[in-house]
Design a protein around this ligand. Structure first.
Ligand code: DP6
Length: 362
């Protein structure tokens, strides 16, 4: 894989403070990434809807260092206005991983201010939106330091490449409405090292798709994604799972083009349950679903049987349930959630989201 293209060649010297702000979304995978090798190479291809309302806004101030002899990476981190020391190790590791591709990092003292649109303790993964926002700020810096003109296409590609090194799913949070990450024969231009927008015409029914995120459990997860990915090494069903995911990706590529919602529902729900089946069958095994996760799944199945609705669910690595439905059902599903599902959420909380287009400079 050609990663040399991401090493900047001609950078100018800058002595003034520069500041950039980006708003980047979270995403929800339809075919899941679960299992990877170094350096953040996925074991199978994945695809996600980019979200819109669930996002991170990050500003980075780049202040040129007075003493250029020090090669350390210096940054201060503020989350929702407060200094956040416990987020620093993950970001330090991220910066160390990308230094080869962003050598200018060591020439600045950085101040990072970040905030999420969703409550921090909502159980919604913030690493995708958080890492992609930092990556976009770095690419804005690189653009202003580059003597060569950088195209938007290159900026997005490299931002996704960098974001991936912070958190795999973050590679899918630069563009929208559908992004594939992982080399796959059915997806033209796909790559293991960056995400690409789904390259084919998407059926009308998937435009403006809705995602209501039901907040079943807002607590810290007992098992992090990093540990979960790790447990896929030596997992008895790993190889079959990677094969299944890649087959599902080929299938969903067709479904997204032909608009067959029954096939979509079947594939997306099966992916969610297969992901959790990997957790149940890891060693050590673990369960991230809660009783209310199952209550919601059963209520969705019952509602679908009764009404013929095309609503379905998916799960990420947690207890919360993403309820997916086409825009023309939004009123009915809003009622269904209020009447029958919100009671299973902590404090009846859920977030209404919709498919979005990716990172925005603010
Ligand atoms: C279940 O991207 O959070 O949400 O690369 O270790 O940061 P790291 O993992 P992460 O894993 C996401 C897993 C998932 C499925 C998905 O988004 O594809």
């Amino acid at each position: 894989m050609d990663t040399q293209q991401f090493i900047p060649k001609s950078l100018v010297n800058n002595t003034t403070k520069l500041s950039f702000t980006w708003k980047t979304p979270s995403n929800i995978a339809l075919v899941k990434y679960w299992g990877k090798t170094e350096p953040q190479i996925p074991k199978n291809a994945s695809i996600s809807f980019t979200l819109s309302n669930s996002h991170t806004i990050t500003t980075i101030d780049f202040v040129p260092k007075l003493n250029l002899k020090t090669n350390d990476i210096n940054f201060e981190l503020f989350f929702e206005g407060k200094k956040k020391e416990d987020f620093k190790p993950k970001i330090t590791k991220f910066f160390e991983r990308i230094i080869k591709y962003c050598p200018y990092l060591t020439t600045y003292n950085m101040v990072i201010h970040s905030e999420n649109s969703f409550p921090h303790s909502s159980g919604i993964a913030s690493s995708a939106s958080g890492m992609s926002a930092i990556a976009m700020c770095l690419m804005s810096l690189e653009k202003s330091l580059s003597s060569a003109e950088l195209t938007d296409e290159f900026i997005n590609k490299k931002a996704s490449f960098l974001a991936r090194l912070g958190s795999g799913s973050a590679s899918r949070s630069i563009e929208g409405p559908l992004v594939v990450w992982g080399n796959h024969p059915a997806i033209k231009g796909s790559s293991d090292v960056f995400g690409v927008p789904f390259p084919y015409e998407v059926h009308e029914v998937f435009k403006n798709y809705h995602d209501a995120i039901l907040l079943v459990d807002k607590g810290e997860k007992q098992v992090s994604s990093t540990v979960g990915h790790d447990l896929m090494h030596n997992h008895p069903f790993a190889e079959e799972r990677f094969k299944q995911a890649n087959e599902n990706l080929a299938k969903i590529s067709k479904i997204l083009q032909n608009g067959n919602l029954d096939s979509f529902i079947n594939l997306v729900e099966s992916e969610a349950l297969s992901l959790h089946a990997m957790m149940l069958t890891s060693n050590p095994y673990f369960i991230l679903m809660k009783p209310n996760t199952l209550e919601i799944i059963n209520a969705i199945w019952k509602f679908r049987n009764k009404t013929g609705s095309k609503v379905c669910f998916t799960l990420d690595a947690g207890a919360n349930v993403h309820v997916l439905y086409p825009a023309n059902e939004s009123e009915n599903i809003a009622q269904f959630i209020d009447n029958e599902l919100s009671k299973f959420c902590q404090k009846n909380h859920y977030i209404c989201d919709v498919v979005g287009l990716g990172a925005v400079n603010v």
